[in-house]
Design a protein around this ligand. Structure first.
Ligand code: 2ND
Ligand code: ZN
Length: 377
């Protein structure tokens, strides 16, 4: 059990993924082929390897707004029914091949209307693709369950409409709702109407908060909007004094193991077990964290916040969920128990009925990790 999990072993581990953007996970070759098929001429290169390198380079600026500009190319080739079906199919297949057994994949339907599709047609195409991808994965011996989260763009004004669609499609594969896009200048309360509607409908939602902006964004997301989970939430560390670093003798109340002092908001997030959808590589790329070594996940895991590990955008950040875990293993020396803890956390926080969450935890995640941990030399 003491053996460090290798990337190959982590790939075989049954994992749960809560934060992955459909338009941030296309295969580079697919982008080129879809651009050819749909007549999109704006790509920086037609060579898939060069294109992959371009996305990674363009995403590493350390600024969220620059990072978001790269989506112009992926969204441009996702404007037809056929392209949406294909991208969603490949998404489910790729996640399953990486050992993901449960995923919630998000996208903004309002960004896919330029080819004349309606919002309903966009959602139905993506559902068709996710279902097809999951069926193919099952045939290949890597079963996966995938749900969709409908995202509204925070700078736009369609959140109420998108929230209504999330409710309308909730029994046919849509698990919840989200808002994304530039965070500074676009507080979550701009979309209060959508969140209040969702709460009245007993529906689930997460909010990107504490990534490109700090504590006020997290506070609004939780205390005004009522988010079930936080997308990223990394800046919650601004409300934590790490006494292990400052070596203070007595941490006082509000601590775990006497090593940190939590402010009221951080205390609330930990006490209420608010899930944090952390995306280490993406957080470094957008400047939300200085490096993997100094990523707040180390402190937050130590303080037992409900931390989950995610990819955000596999294309832009050139990553997979297994690679995210492998980086954390290397930097924080995590073992199988830690990796299992992150994945159980994610599964506990899924927008899925409680009995189904338990069945994936007890039927897949725990037995899978037990097998791998005990097989380790
Ligand atoms: O990390 C992110 N923060 C905020 N918005 C994001 C992030 N990654 C992707 N998005 C945006 C760009 C996509 O077009 C949109 C829907 O998936 O969500
Ligand atoms: Zn995101």
């Amino acid at each position: 059990m003491s053996q460090r999990p290798s990337l190959a072993d982590i790939r075989r581990a049954p994992k749960a993924l809560l934060h992955d953007h459909l338009d941030g996970g296309l295969r580079p070759r697919t982008i080129v082929e879809l651009a050819d098929a749909t007549g999109y001429t704006g790509l920086p290169t037609r060579d898939p390897d060069e294109l992959a390198a371009w996305f990674l380079a363009a995403s590493q600026s350390g600024a969220l707004n620059r990072y978001l500009e790269t989506f112009g190319h992926t969204v441009a080739v996702m404007q037809t029914r056929a392209s949406l079906v294909r991208v969603a199919t490949e998404c489910a297949e790729d996640l399953a091949a990486d050992g993901v057994v449960y995923a919630e994949v998000r996208y903004a339907p309002e960004l896919h209307l330029e080819g004349g599709l309606s919002l309903d047609e966009v959602i139905e195409a993506v559902q068709e693709g996710l279902t097809e991808g999951a069926q193919r994965a099952a045939r290949q011996g890597t079963p996966i369950r995938v749900g969709a989260l409908l995202t509204a763009m925070r700078h736009a004004a369609r959140s109420r409409e998108i929230a209504e669609l999330a409710v309308r499609y909730r029994d046919v594969g849509v698990a919840g709702f989200d808002i994304a896009g530039a965070e500074a200048g676009y507080p979550p309360t701009r979309h209060l109407d959508a969140f209040e509607y969702l709460r009245r409908e007993n529906a689930h939602f997460t909010i990107h908060a504490g990534e490109g902006f700090g504590l006020p964004s997290i506070w609004e997301a939780l205390q005004w909007c009522g988010a079930d989970r936080l997308g990223h939430g990394v800046r919650i560390v601004d409300d934590i004094e790490d006494l292990a670093e400052s070596a203070a003798p007595d941490a006082g109340p509000g601590t775990l193991s006497g090593t940190a002092k939590l402010g009221r908001l951080a205390g609330y997030v930990r006490d209420k077990r608010i899930p944090l959808e952390m995306c280490p590589t993406s957080n470094v790329h957008t400047g939300a964290a200085p490096s993997i070594e100094r990523h707040p996940i180390g402190l937050l895991r130590r303080l037992r916040f409900r931390v989950t590990v995610n990819t955000d955008n596999r294309l832009q950040s050139a990553t997979t969920l297994s690679e995210e875990f492998a980086k954390l293993v290397e930097v924080f020396d995590y073992g199988w128990d830690d990796l299992e803890w992150f994945n159980v956390n994610a599964m506990k926080s899924a927008f899925l009925p409680f009995d189904q969450r338990l069945s994936i935890i007890n039927g897949h995640i725990k037995p899978g990790f037990a097998r791998l941990a005990w097989a380790a030399p």
